[in-house]
Design a protein around this ligand. Structure first.
Ligand code: SF4
Length: 343
């Protein structure tokens, strides 16, 4: 992590306060986005994933816990207050034996969430991301018929060698064949949902193959509404992953700290009910509570999360190792100027 300039260290708390009061003056009653870990089991050992340091128990989310979360989210969905529910976090969701049942119940209980899936400029609605290694014909058809609004399929690279540098335990040819089969099924009965995103993480190894990736999938995507290839920036998960062979060097200094917004928008619930600080908190290690014992709204307004929000708003991140090393909340002045010009 690059050191901040001295002037930035001094001004960061002021900038953080100003940003916070302008953007997050009022805390929402309930999170706008929820990440629900249908399972914390995984069948791959991906190099760019911090799951290798997971110490919490790996398990499938019990049906009773999932249904209780749905009951709570449904109350807010009725008021159209929820934008995004994902059924994946640090596990491979296709390993859950009742994933299609979970999706069916989520679609039935959260009708407004599904409607929100039409906002296609961003990931919205009921979402799922999978490494596609276990995507059988039955599961592919089940996902296409489910109430999902967005389905992410991770296929890094366009060759077995490149894929192998990223996803240990996966076989490129098998994953590509699974994705091709799903796309063929999708073409047979094209429908509005789900949006299908073939996701490629941009790293030193995949970057030379990005053109080939786009060409490879082009013919398979034809005729399917809202199917596309998405390039995902590489992340080191707030300093939890160190893979210099994958990460392109970043020479820019980090000048400003601004609130990342996660603590005001999003809640991540692990397969055992553990609530994480954000999607980067692989061990849900901030003592925020357990959704199996405490209602989500109580955790959302609870003392631990409130105290963390105050620290963020004041730019006091020294004692928060994850946030201290995270790039999510950091912005570069030039990025801002660039974005403003493009608006
Ligand atoms: S700064 Fe990073 S680690 Fe901290 S809450 Fe935001 S996204 Fe998570």
């Amino acid at each position: 992590m690059t050191e901040q300039a001295a002037w930035a260290r001094l001004t960061n708390p002021l900038v953080a306060r100003a940003y916070h009061s302008a953007r997050y003056r009022k805390l929402r009653d309930f999170p706008r986005s929820l990440v629900i870990e249908s399972t914390s089991r995984c069948n791959l050992r991906c190099r760019m994933c911090p799951r290798g340091s997971m110490t919490r128990r790996t398990q499938d989310m019990p049906r009773a816990l999932f249904d209780s979360l749905l009951d709570q989210i449904a109350e807010h969905d009725r008021r159209d207050m929820v934008d995004f529910v994902a059924l994946h976090w640090f596990g491979e969701p296709l390993l859950h034996p009742d994933l299609l049942g979970f999706l069916e119940r989520a679609g039935r209980r959260l009708p407004n969430l599904r409607r929100r899936g039409h906002l296609r400029s961003a990931v919205r609605g009921l979402c799922l991301s999978t490494n596609a290694t276990l995507l059988s014909a039955e599961l592919a058809q089940g996902l296409l018929d489910s109430p999902l609004t967005w389905l992410g399929l991770s296929v890094d690279g366009s060759s077995p060698e490149t894929y192998a540098t990223m996803r240990e335990g996966g076989v490129f040819e098998q994953v590509a064949a699974n994705v091709e089969r799903l796309l063929a099924l999708g073409r047979r009965h094209p429908r509005e949902f789900p949006t299908i995103a073939i996701q490629v993480i941009v790293t030193r190894t995949t970057r030379p193959e990005l053109g080939a990736c786009l060409r490879r999938w082009e013919k398979h995507l034809a005729g399917i509404p809202h199917a596309r290839v998405e390039l995902k920036p590489y992340t080191d998960w707030a300093g939890q992953v160190c893979e210099p062979e994958l990460e392109a060097p970043n020479r820019r200094r980090q000048f400003l700290y601004l609130n990342c917004g996660y603590l005001w928008d999003t809640m991540a619930v692990g397969a055992g009910g553990e609530v994480g600080l954000c999607c980067y908190d692989v061990n849900a290690s901030h003592g925020l509570g357990n959704a199996g014992q405490t209602p989500l709204q109580e955790i959302w307004h609870g003392e631990p999360l409130t105290a963390l929000r105050h620290r963020h708003a004041r730019g006091e991140l020294k004692e928060l190792p994850l946030c201290r090393n995270c790039r999510m909340g950091r912005k570069y002045p030039l990025d801002y100027l660039w974005r403003r010009r493009r608006r």
